[in-house]
Design a protein around this ligand. Sequence first.
Ligand code: MG
Length: 353
Amino acid sequence: MKITRLECWAHAMPLTEPYTIAYETIGQAVNVFLKAETDNGLTGWGCAAPDLAVTQETPEMVVAAFNNIIEPFLLGADPFQYTRLLEGLHKFLPHHPSTLAMADMVLFDLMAQKAGEPLYKLLGGYRNSIATSITIGILPVTETVERARDFIRKGFKVLKLKGGNDVEEDVEKVARIREAVGNRAEIRFDANQGYTVEQAIAFIHRTEHYKVELLEQPTDKHNEELLKEVALNVPVPVMADESLMTLKDVFHLTSRGCIDMINIKLVKVGGILEGLHINSVAKADNVEAMVGCMDESALGIAAGLHFALARPNITYADLDGHLDLLDDPFAGLVRLEEGILYPGERAGLGVSA
Ligand code: MG
């Protein structure tokens, strides 16, 4: 199998409503799509979700990297030599994780299509479905509780609450949500680096009664010792998100005992191959993983889902980034029922020809 044609373009998708996290408010998502055709008639798909704050890429950078590096590199290449191809691309694009993820997705999609199986089976096929959390951005308390009620009515069983700017308000939100939904939902909390160590510890102690399931990235990504201090002092698992960008990061975080869980986002770490490496390091330390996402088209979400279904220690999914997007060309690629995500049963990532 040889790649004979490649095409790449940026695509803007407005959000149904803007949302706020500890450091920004987001109103639209621009993804970059990659399409690759092969000499045996297959078409593979990939998706980048560049984000200056997280991946340090813009859509223009992704498209330029495609024109200058990816297209000449992959034209004529055999997707089954994916480690050679992705190692090569990584050398040229060491600081383009989302761009790399886009190329990686195309190669995995093509290999699974050639195998005639959905990608999650090619990758290991550990599960057939996984529950996803649904995110509540930073909103006033009353709206937060209304949103939580609404999501539970829609069948979601895991809420991911964003915060990190105000411990008082965050504690109140958790308490009010728990009162409103009872034990019908898990509550996960993502501070997006907004807390100090003391604030993170205070937040967990003050919400102990309301059972927060996990605490994601409470403190500054630049100092993993802060994460460690929180993890050592709270009874709830502490998860690294922004602190984990590379294989080296997961090695440092786990070997120094800084965290209990990790959040792997394909567009953050450079794709499925790198995600598998990262997950193996986590597994070596009995660290469980969640597969997360950015504001991604259902194409990126499908890749994250197939990856999540493939490994036993990937126990959580936070794959809701596509749900608020308007004008998503890949809408419907994954199925959501009562808060559970299911992949399509078509081969590869499941995009119809
Ligand atoms: Mg996060």
